[in-house]
Every structure is written in structure tokens, then in C-alpha cells.
Ligand binder design. Structure first.
Ligand SMILES: Cc1cc2nc3c(=O)[nH]c(=O)nc-3n(C[C@H](O)[C@H](O)[C@H](O)COP(=O)(O)OP(=O)(O)OC[C@H]3O[C@@H](n4cnc5c(N)ncnc54)[C@H](O)[C@@H]3O)c2cc1C
Length: 264
């Protein structure tokens, strides 16, 4: 039986771009270029390594996002994933982590899975909680923030991995099906080859909307969100800063500056 690996990948606004809130205080995603969240490339890489070691495996990449999120899926397909699922619906606008995790759970169940692999956090929301909420919604074990991950025994087997903390490294394991998240220490993500980029153009991308997942508009989007941005103020432009020239009194001036700013 084939090992079914689903990788959750997020299309995020480019952090080097000039990002703004829209009038409804959601992130203005039309106004800035996006890309596959770099932290999710590690998840794709681990999925591909697991698939390469397994006798028989299939890697599906899954995203919840706008039309342009297809770019993130294409990148993951060009790295070597087999197929993609894109959940796109106008009513998703403004979904928070509760809405996004609900949609992902439904899509994962519809796709079929033995293991779901996610990144440690997205590079825009950076909550780092989605994999845990997803596991809870699916009713399966979660093994999160792994810097090393292995699957043994195929679809009915187990996932093992190492989680490195400040004080200790833990060796963890869980029976499949399970949700896993991997850190940026899990191993460099591969670059798509020219052959991979060409092959990705022919790989299947399934599009789903809320009705395909038996979800109602009010369960997601701004209406279904548990959190909302009440107000936002643009950060003032950076000022030139203070330069302390050491002409004998440099140390004193530095200390006075730091004390004035209440740093010391
Ligand atoms: C079109 C759109 C509009 C949104 N509008 C809002 C809004 O107005 N307010 C708001 O609070 N939130 C909004 N969200 C949701 C938000 O951007 C996050 O997707 C969600 O809150 C998860 O939090 P995070 O990004 O911090 O995930 P984290 O918990 O940091 O992510 C961990 C991992 O979960 C996976 N993951 C996260 N998001 C997705 C995804 N969308 N698809 C696939 N995998 C994913 C990735 O593997 C990621 O590495 C919107 C999302 C979309 C797609």
C-alpha cells in the first residue's frame, strides 16, 4: 500500500516587499508579490526524502490560498512532489488560524493521508500553531518541531523524530496517521532542477472550493474568525539614529544614551 504524504504549504507575501493592510484590516495580498513560505520548503524536502526511502509513496502538496497560491504549489511540484490540491474560495478572505485549520483538515481528509507534514511556522503569520490545531481537528497524534524525521513500517507504521530544545533533545514517536512539523534544522531544501520545473507543468493540480469540502461560508473567513484586527497604525519611518564619536567621552555618552532610552 502506498504511503500517502500530504505537505501543507503556504503562499505568503514576500517579506522584502512593501506590505500593507487593506481597508478591512486584513493583509492586502493583491498589493505584494508572494512566494512559497521558505520554512515550508523544509517540509517539502523531508516529504521527498521520506518518499524516496519508502517502497511506494505519493507526495501531495496542499495549500489554502488565493489564485496566485498556485505558484507555491508549482514550486513544490518542481521540487519533486507528485500532485497538488488548491483550496480557493472568495469566502476564505479573512480566515484566521481556526478557519484555515478547519479547511486544511477537511481537505486532508478528502485527499486521504497517512502523514501530514507542515513547516514550523509561516513567514507571515508566524503563529506556529497550525499543525497542532490540525492534529486536534483530525484526531491524530502530533509530533511537532522535529529537526530529524523518519517513517518506519509504511502506512501502518510509525513516525519517529528528534526535537531539539534549549535544555534537551527529545526522541519522539507516534503511530500513523499523524501530523508532523519540521524545523529549519531538518536539512537544506533542494533547488528545483530544470527537468523538475518542466515536469511540474504536467502534474495534476486539483482545485477545491468550500462546497467541495462541505463547509459553509460563515464557518470560515472574517465572519467565522475567532480573532480580528481592531486597529493598525503604520510604523513611522526609521530615523537616522545617533552616532557617538569617541573623543575621550564616548563611553560616557553611550551609557547616557542607553540610560535615556531606558535600555540600562
Ligand atoms: C487568502 C487568505 C486570507 C487570510 N486572511 C487572514 C486575516 O485576515 N486574518 C487572519 O488572522 N488570518 C488570515 N489568514 C490566515 C492566516 O494567514 C494563516 O494561514 C493562519 O492564521 C495560520 O497561521 P500562520 O500563518 O501563523 O500559521 P503557522 O501556524 O505559523 O503555520 C505553520 C504551518 O502550517 C501550514 N500552513 C499555515 N497556513 C497554511 C495555509 N494557508 N495553507 C497551507 N498550509 C498552511 C504551513 O505548513 C506552515 O508552515 C488568511 C489566509 C489566507 C490564505
Amino acid at each position: 500500500m502506498s504511503l500517502r504524504i500530504v505537505v501543507c504549504v503556504k503562499y505568503v507575501p514576500d517579506a522584502t516587499g512593501d506590505r500593507h493592510f487593506a481597508d478591512d484590516l486584513t493583509v492586502d495580498r493583491d498589493d505584494v508579490d508572494g512566494l512559497l513560505s521558505e520554512l515550508d520548503e523544509y517540509a517539502v524536502e523531508q516529504a521527498l526524502q521520506i518518499a524516496e526511502e519508502a517502497d511506494d509513496a505519493e507526495v501531495t502538496v496542499l495549500t489554502v490560498g488565493p489564485e496566485d497560491a498556485k505558484d507555491a504549489l508549482r514550486k513544490a511540484l518542481s521540487m519533486g512532489a507528485d500532485k497538488a490540491v488548491h483550496v480557493e474560495d472568495d469566502d476564505l478572505h479573512g480566515s484566521d488560524v481556526m478557519g484555515t485549520s478547519l479547511v486544511l483538515a477537511k481537505a486532508v481528509e478528502k485527499t486521504g493521508y497517512d502523514v501530514v507534514i507542515a513547516g514550523m511556522a509561516s513567514t507571515d503569520g508566524v503563529m506556529g500553531v497550525l499543525p497542532a490545531i490540525l492534529a486536534e481537528r483530525l484526531g491524530v497524534p502530533q509530533v511537532t518541531l522535529l529537526s530529524e524525521v523518519k517513517i518506519e513500517g509504511g502506512p501502518n507504521g510509525k513516525v519517529t523524530g528528534r526535537r531539539d530544545g534549549d535544555a534537551a533533545s527529545e526522541q519522539l514517536e507516534a503511530s500513523l496517521p499523524a501530523v508532523v512539523s519540521v524545523t529549519d534544522q531538518s536539512g537544506e531544501a533542494r533547488y528545483p532542477s530544470f527537468k523538475g520545473i518542466m515536469a511540474a507543468k504536467k502534474k495534476p493540480v486539483e482545485s477545491l472550493d468550500l462546497s467541495d469540502l462541505d463547509l459553509e461560508a460563515e464557518e470560515v473567513g472574517l465572519e467565522g474568525a475567532w480573532t480580528a484586527v481592531d486597529s493598525a497604525t503604520e510604523r513611522p519611518a526609521r530615523t537616522a539614529g545617533t552616532i557617538v564619536k569617541d573623543e575621550g567621552e564616548g563611553g560616557k555618552q553611550l551609557a547616557e544614551f542607553l540610560a535615556g532610552q531606558k535600555f540600562i
